[in-house]
Write a protein that binds this ligand. Structure first.
Ligand SMILES: [Zn+2]
Length: 296
């Protein structure tokens, strides 16, 4: 993921990061990315009932076969053991979300996992400030927006590869008629204070296309999207004629609804035609030089 985000940062665009609940979602997202020649980051948040060991390995093998750069990210990891399980299952990055803890505790826990993850070539995302829930938007919105100077300190102290920032969006679906208010000035300040560090936006669903296109130009390099993709898949099913044998179209309809929205976000975030040829990352174990004084 580090490589994907550094490229996005250099070329000033954002990569869509769709939540994948099933292998069908994952294959659809990769297919869309290949058709539009875009990098893509698959999210596996443990709010769903995954067999992580199986799913992680499955996504890894899909990612390796893809013709565009694909990262597999364990999203919103909340404990050390789950993160290590996901690393063992083959994810290419983990998010260690300790944003609800006090600053010092957030730093300590993230730093610990950075050490483990980096040792095996896995990237780490963490969050500072806190992105709340959209159904509680009025109270959550301004509760914990990211402070630019503290963001710089956090990056230096933890050694992370990208930072999720709170600039006004929230997770999930907003209440009817509500839309997130994005703090563009804050984003610009964070990007400046962190010396152009790769930044992530959570809660991409429900945000206007203009807003998303603008944050992608102002320094966001990855946008997490879940709710909008599943809503689109559900609409595709609702609008289809599924009488009788029409029911067999179920998976095709999910693919169509989910995939159309993935493609939409690739366009909005200006990620189309940004893919490049990838070299698979492999961390080679360090060889011990044997001399007459070597102690083993
Ligand atoms: Zn999130």
């Amino acid at each position: 993921m580090k490589e994907i985000l550094e490229h996005a940062n250099e070329e000033n665009y954002a990569v869509p990061a769709p939540v994948t609940q099933t292998e069908l979602n994952a294959r659809t997202a990769i297919k869309c990315a290949e058709e539009m020649n875009s990098p893509i980051i698959l999210l596996i948040p443990l709010i769903f009932d995954y067999d992580v060991d199986l799913f992680g390995r499955y996504l890894k093998s899909l990612a390796e076969k893809a013709t565009v750069p694909v990262a597999v990210n364990h999203d919103h990891g909340s404990d050390f053991e789950s993160a290590v399980s996901c690393i063992r299952a083959g994810v290419s990055s983990i998010m260690t979300d300790r944003s609800q803890l006090p600053y010092e505790e957030n730093v300590a826990q993230v730093k610990e996992l950075v050490k483990v993850a980096h040792a095996v070539g896995v990237s780490v995302e963490a969050e500072l400030g806190h992105v709340g829930m959209a159904n509680n938007y009025s109270e959550d919105r301004d509760a914990a927006l990211t402070e630019p100077e503290l963001a710089k300190k956090f990056i230096d102290e933890t050694g992370i590869d990208c930072l999720a920032v709170a600039i006004g969006t929230a997770h999930g679906a907003y209440n009817k008629g509500q839309e997130p208010y994005l703090d563009f000035d804050r984003l610009v300040e964070i990007k400046k204070a962190t010396n152009n560090f790769p930044l992530v936006l959570h809660g991409g669903s429900g945000t206007s296309d203009e807003g998303l296109a603008k944050v992608a130009k102002l320094g966001i390099n990855k946008v997490n999207i879940g709710c909008d993709l599943f809503t689109s898949a559900i609409s595709a099913i609702k609008n289809a004629d599924t009488e009788g044998n029409g029911a067999y179209a179920l998976t095709n309809l999910i693919e169509k609804g989910y995939g159309d929205r993935v493609k939409h976000f690739i366009r909005v975030l200006d990620s189309e035609n940004r893919a490049w040829k990838t070299e698979k990352q492999y961390v080679k174990p360090k060889k011990i030089e044997l001399t007459k004084n070597t102690v083993l």
